[in-house]
Write a protein that binds this ligand. Structure first.
Ligand code: HEM
Length: 509
């Protein structure tokens, strides 16, 4: 009996390896694309190694092999990813119809949504959901940002103080925290107010679940993607025991959404200004979504809304420390800049703060690629470059934003780069997607949450920089504090900051 478990384990591993090898052989035989450079080692073993290497080294490989004209293809443990970077390819990719190059078909594979978002069934051509997202995030949330700002400020302030209470206390009032945990906690608290309103956002048990959900989703999806389709439902059921936050989150959200739907139908209750209400109001135009459907969609948006801003904030804090002079001037800008009527300037109208955030994201994005699309059917670019069904195509984000052709002295951190320094006004804004700055994607899918993300990051940075002294804990190159997994560039556990309340606070606007 004692020897049976290792034998079963060995059989399962051998079966899994055989299955992966069969897929690799299948993909490699299929992969012949006109005008695309394939970056992989020759031979079967080489191809296997190339795929494993992709998991740990993708951002570095893309920087090394970047070509501003010709697409490059990298083998991944799944399909080949074809990375484009020329103006024409980028334009054609972002304008391709959803039923040919689909973001949602890609996201469905990436996030294993059926298992991680309470059984949501994505259609590859999700124009209906897309329209509701755009209205809720890109229109209603954007319009209400100024109204939400006071509660966001108060929440950021309280969440920061709470994180510091829980951190490791050092001499001279310093507290040390893990940068990513710190950023995730503040973003989670702020988002919870905006998504679900003050009542649920003030429940610590809910915040704990909401904060853990993106991590559980990410790990579950990663594990499932390594398994054959046929056994994913069983594996997902087994994984639920270890990663239970999706179910718990649904248990919190269903009563809230049901109550709101009821209030909306009867016309009773108070007026709510949060995303749950915006989703209810916007989906009514599409024939009233059920509470369950609204919760499923909110789970997807919640993942996007926590993970990316938290990663972006970690890099901003890192860069503020590396650029002390710019950091000092931003602090002055926040505390002293007034308009012609001597009224403090709105946090969204501070040109150096905006430029700094954009420069930080340009040099240190949290992902090396953007605008991913899965080919639902074959697609041919105007120069003849061809994609076959199931290929994934995307833009080489990091390499493109470090290309000398787009940015002079592109490796140099220039806090003023995105400003007109004569008039000291913004030249191009952080929240604007463009061909040279596709951080938010491009075209009809460009991130609808970008105005909120930009405002949130500015409010957090303004609060931290005005009220706290911040230092990196431990020195060393940036590279030693970050690692990559697939295309993501992630902070390691060595990414820690020391933080303490300023002796005299200049006070933010
Ligand atoms: C720094 C923070 C963020 C970054 C860098 C970012 C980046 C992106 C990117 C690259 C895409 C894909 C665009 C494409 O493929 O063309 C995207 C899509 C999306 N993002 Fe963001 N995002 C951020 C924050 C947010 C926030 C805060 C929210 C919600 C409040 C959000 C909601 C979404 C949604 C719903 C989509 C899917 C859009 C669609 O289906 O058409 N994002 N984001």
């Amino acid at each position: 009996m004692a020897s049976s478990s290792p034998t079963i384990g060995l059989c399962l591993i051998t079966m899994w390896l055989g299955w992966r090898l069969r897929l690799i052989i299948q993909y490699s035989q299929e992969f012949r694309r006109k005008r695309v450079t394939v970056v992989e080692y020759p031979s079967w073993l080489g191809r296997f190694v190339s795929r494993v290497r992709y998991l740990f080294k993708c951002p570095g490989i893309l920087l090394q092999c970047y070509d501003s004209e010709y697409p490059i293809a990298l083998p991944t443990p799944g399909p080949y990813f074809i990375h484009v970077s020329s103006k024409t390819h980028i334009e054609e990719l972002s304008q391709a119809p959803e039923d040919t190059l689909s973001l949602h078909a890609f996201s469905k594979d990436l996030l294993q949504a059926k298992y991680t978002m309470d059984g949501i069934e994505f259609d590859d051509n999700m124009s209906e959901n897309g329209a509701v997202h755009s209205r809720v995030l890109g229109v209603l949330l954007k319009i209400h940002l100024d109204d939400l700002q006071p509660s966001l400020r108060a929440t950021i302030s309280a969440a920061t103080a709470q994180c510091l209470d829980a951190g490791s206390h050092l001499a001279h009032d310093w507290t040390e925290v893990n940068s990513f945990d710190f950023a995730t906690r503040i973003v989670t608290h702020a988002n919870a107010v905006v998504f679900f309103g003050a009542q649920l956002a003030s429940d610590p048990a809910f915040i704990d679940v909401a904060m853990r959900y993106p991590n559980d989703l990410f790990l579950t999806a990663e594990l499932l993607r390594f398994l054959p389709q046929s056994i994913r439902p069983y594996a997902a059921r087994a994984l639920k025991r270890s990663f239970s936050t999706p179910e718990t989150l649904v248990a919190y959200l269903m009563p809230l959404v049901e109550r709101r739907l009821e209030e909306t139908h009867t016309g009773g209750g108070q007026q709510h200004r949060d995303l749950v209400q915006f989703f209810i109001d916007s989906s009514r135009r599409k024939g009233v979504w059920s509470a369950h459907r609204i919760v499923q969609v909110i789970l997807g948006v919640w993942f996007a809304s926590v993970h990316q801003p938290a990663l972006t904030l970690v890099s901003i804090l890192d860069d503020l420390h590396a650029q002390p002079e710019a950091s000092r001037i931003i602090r002055d800008e926040i505390s002293t800049m007034t308009d012609e009527h001597n009224v403090p300037v709105h946090v969204d109208q501070l040109p150096l703060l905006d430029s700094f955030l954009k420069e930080s994201a340009r040099l240190h994005p949290s992902d090396s690629i953007t605008a991913r699309r899965k080919a639902i059917k074959p697609f041919t670019f105007s120069d003849g470059t061809r994609l076959e069904k199931n290929d994934v195509v995307c833009i080489s984000l990091e390499a493109l934003m470090k290309d000398q052709r787009h940015y002079a002295h592109s490796q140099f951190f220039d806090a003023y780069r995105h400003m007109n320094t004569d008039s000291m006004t913004s030249q191009s804004r952080f929240s604007e997607p463009s061909q040279n700055f596709p951080l938010w994607g491009l075209g009809r899918h460009a991130c609808p949450g970008r105005h909120y993300a930009s405002r949130l990051l500015k409010l957090i940075v303004a609060h931290l920089i005005s009220e706290y002294d911040i230092e990196m804990a431990g020195e060393g190159e940036r590279q030693s504090r970050f690692f990559s997994w697939r295309t993501s560039i992630l902070p390691s556990s060595a990414c820690r900051i020391r933080i303490r309340k300023k002796a005299v606070s200049p006070g933010a606007n």
